[in-house]
Ligand binder design. Structure first.
Ligand code: FES
Length: 105
């Protein structure tokens, strides 16, 4: 399956992601600017913040309480904000569209 990252200027990057891998790791492995993932995916940094395309929002499991708490700390949170380390790839998510924030700080 693939994830499509869109940067703030509208450039698109299609990345292959293994089922079971998380979106933050895929972004970091493919050197997608804008996703840092400093804590390695353990919900303690929030530098993997992204915006999930509204068409995909309800196809994802809802954020845990811990994720919600971390989302309170991101720059420019929106209703479709998620932490990409918490988004685990499945076959059903093939074509998932994720927008990158302008900044993680
Ligand atoms: Fe640190 Fe997602 S990588 S919270």
């Amino acid at each position: 399956p693939q994830v499509i990252f869109i940067d703030p200027r509208g450039a698109q990057f299609e990345v292959d992601v293994e089922v079971g891998e998380n979106v933050m790791q895929a972004a970091v492995d493919n050197m997608i600017d804008g996703i840092l993932g400093e804590c390695g995916g353990v919900l303690s940094c929030a530098t993997c913040h992204c915006y999930v395309d509204p068409d995909w929002q309800d196809k994802l499991p809802p954020a845990s309480e811990q994720e919600e708490d971390m989302l309170d700390m991101v720059v420019d949170p929106k209703e479709n904000s998620r932490l990409s380390c918490q988004l685990e790839m499945t076959e059903e998510l093939d074509g998932l569209v994720v927008r990158l924030p302008r900044s993680q700080f």
